[in-house]
Write a protein that binds this ligand. Structure first.
Ligand code: MF3
Ligand code: CO
Length: 284
């Protein structure tokens, strides 16, 4: 009998026999599969769900309270207070040096906007509020768009189509489909509407860490990329631009991602659990 090296643990069973059979089949066929630790155990899922519940409640709280004239620092304050009141931690805070508890991204800011006491929500703005929560060590992540006051019809349409892109991505993220199917479906819908999909930032695995494997690109080719397997938890968060998909990072703060042409960008983000017969939205 072979001996186990000291420290090797028995992994808890994290998928059914049916899933195991399919995994073995696809492995033989040479598909790219998620590594085993990305398939959540029941215990992990229970924690991730609790985290996600707080994250959704936080977005609902923001939806109720966001107002024209408010500074983005006030949004940050709401996020910090609500999260800590629920015994949770805002995941962005001090994440790789990010200085605030939430990302607030207005108009031509694509993502990772830093809240500021000097930045105010004005009529006509579209703003993405991206919140991520750590509860008992488990991570959740989602974002919504808000339209402030009177928003130009062409910007309203961008916000609407970006939401449709996210929803189409979610519908496509089925067990035993491929990540490339998700990207292709999103890209097709964006481009059909005359918009572009940001290439330089992607969705991601999330749950045990803030950002895990796999990368979830919002563009691509059907029938390519990693196989989507029950037990995976990841985000779909397409950034849709009115003009070019090219972006740059503001040198002054090292975070703020802006469109290259200064035209607006919109993003909605959901976090999903892949199940044996479909998927479940954990937070959005
Ligand atoms: N919430 C963002 C995402 O969707 C990540 C923000 S990282 C931060 O992945 F450091 F800017 F907070
Ligand atoms: Co995310």
């Amino acid at each position: 009998m072979k001996k186990f090296i000291k420290g090797v643990r028995f992994a808890p069973k994290n998928y059914s026999d049916e899933v195991e059979v399919k995994i073995q089949h696809y492995k033989k066929e040479g598909y790219k599969l998620p590594s085993r630790h990305l398939l959540r155990t029941e215990e992990q899922l229970a924690g991730i769900r609790e985290s996600a519940k707080i994250n959704t409640a936080l977005l609902d709280y923001i939806s109720t309270n966001i107002r024209e004239g408010m500074s983005t620092a006030e949004i940050d304050h709401m996020v910090y207070e609500f999260t800590t009141d629920h015994d949770a931690i805002p995941a962005p805070f001090m994440y790789e040096g990010f200085p605030k508890s939430v990302c607030t991204s207005i108009n031509d800011v694509v993502c990772h906007g830093i809240p500021s006491t000097k930045e105010f929500l004005r009529s006509g703005d579209i703003v993405n509020v991206d919140v991520s929560t750590i509860y008992k060590g488990y991570f959740s992540d989602a974002s919504r768009m808000y339209m402030i006051g009177e928003v130009k019809p062409e910007m309203q349409r961008l916000v609407q189509v970006a939401k449709e892109c996210r929803d189409i991505g979610v519908q496509t993220a089925q067990p035993w489909a491929r990540l490339g199917d998700v990207g292709a479906a999103i890209q097709e819908h964006a481009e059909k509407n005359g918009y572009s999909v940001v290439r330089d930032l992607c969705g991601h695995g999330v749950g045990i860490k803030f950002h895990e494997e796999p990368d979830v690109e919002h563009f691509g080719k059907r029938g390519t990329g990693m196989l989507i397997v029950p037990g995976m938890t990841f985000t779909i968060e397409p950034m849709i631009n009115m003009g070019t998909y090219e972006v740059f990072i503001d040198e002054a703060d090292g975070w703020t991602v802006c469109t290259d042409d200064g035209l607006p960008s919109a993003q909605w983000e959901s976090m999903l659990l892949i199940t044996e017969n479909g998927n479940e939205i954990l937070t959005e």
